[in-house]
Design a binder for this molecule. Structure first.
Ligand SMILES: [Zn+2]
Length: 350
């Protein structure tokens, strides 16, 4: 049976044969295959229309049907730019075999709201998270340097913190057990420096730092990672490689050295669970496991429904056989806060 990952590869290859609008349609469809919750082939078996799948119109559905009826020979070599991605259907199948794993999850540590380039309010993200029985979420809007993503400056961040404080007091009245963490996706330059004042960052519960520029360099970027990890203001390094499915390969580094340094500092690297990021991927997570580094899961959701992407990160961590105690999202709220406090205290002592 043709898996959704195979379908994605067929769609991506078809995009390369087409031009213009058709090429773009196949490219887009290839990306969306990773977030279909069920196997397309199963839908066909159940006589359901393939247009039920996200991002699939009648034209592509017809092509999919032909492939599912008569699976074409797939070349074994998937290009690196499309390799090591898990489909949501695969992830769910894998997580269903070990239901205890997903149950350990307490929250999601990367998401965006209307304060930057997300579509939901903080309240809507909270509702979506509570539906998933989370204990916490981190609101990580972009920082001011990322202008095209509507990054927030120090003043906006303070206003957002006030809104979060209000919501936290009302959320705890409702459930007594939900925390919105004041956070930020701090934009880092190639020297690992952020674009916000240290004072505004220390006022937050948690800071994620990410690179959003010079992501196509082909030489070794180890120094950039070491500098980012040593930045005293951040606790988590977001979407480390900066790869995007079928678009950007991501950066190269001496990963064992990067992971060892993160482990030494007690900081976490992220699995950005967004379907076309999946960054870190399983191959690197296996290396990370050997170095004892902490791992954080973040969906990078830009809409409330996208919190479901967390399954891609859970499955990747499971596949890489990461020990549960290394995953920061498996910590309770007090333990998570204690970990962050420890990192900050260590910084003070230096
Ligand atoms: Zn980002």
């Amino acid at each position: 049976m043709l898996s959704n990952s195979n379908i994605a590869e067929l769609l991506a290859q078809q995009a390369e044969r087409e031009t213009g609008i058709l090429s773009r349609a196949f490219r887009r469809a290839a990306r969306s295959a990773f977030l279909w919750p069920e196997n397309a082939a199963n839908l066909v078996e159940q006589n359901r229309p393939l247009t039920e799948l996200r991002g699939i119109g009648p034209f592509i559905a017809k092509q999919l049907l032909r492939w599912i009826d008569k699976p074409p020979q797939l070349s074994k070599t998937i290009p690196d730019i499309r390799r090591n991605f898990i489909s949501l259907a695969e992830a769910r199948r894998q997580l269903a075999i070990k239901p205890g794993w997903s149950k350990k999850l307490r929250g999601d540590l990367q998401m965006h709201t209307r304060w930057s380039d997300g579509s939901g309010t903080i309240g809507e993200m909270v509702d979506a998270a509570r539906e998933r029985s989370y204990e916490y979420i981190a609101i990580t809007d972009h920082s001011k340097g990322l202008k095209f993503a509507g990054g927030v400056d120090e003043r906006a961040l303070r206003k957002q913190s006030t809104e979060i404080a209000k919501l936290n007091s009302s959320a705890s009245q409702l459930a007594g057990k939900f925390t919105i963490l004041r956070s930020l996706e701090l934009n880092l330059n190639v020297r690992g420096e952020g674009d916000m004042s240290s004072a505004s960052l220390s006022a937050l519960d948690l800071v994620l730092g990410s690179f959003h520029s010079s992501l196509r360099m082909i030489d070794d970027q180890t120094d950039r990672y070491l500098a980012a990890l040593r930045n005293p203001n951040i606790q988590i390094l977001g979407h480390p490689r900066g790869r995007i499915y079928n678009y950007r390969l991501g950066l190269k580094a001496d990963w064992p050295r990067v992971f060892a340094e993160a482990a030494r500092l007690g900081k976490a690297l992220e699995i950005d669970c967004y379907p076309d990021r999946q960054d870190l991927s399983v191959d690197l997570l296996k290396v990370a496991r050997e170095h004892g580094v902490l791992i954080s899961l973040g969906t990078d959701a830009h809409h409330p429904w996208q919190l479901e992407f967390i399954d891609l990160g859970l499955a990747a961590a499971l596949r890489a056989r990461l020990p549960a105690q290394r995953i920061v999202n498996f910590m309770s709220t007090p333990d998570l806060k204690r970990w962050i406090q420890q990192l900050r205290d260590r910084r003070m002592r230096k």
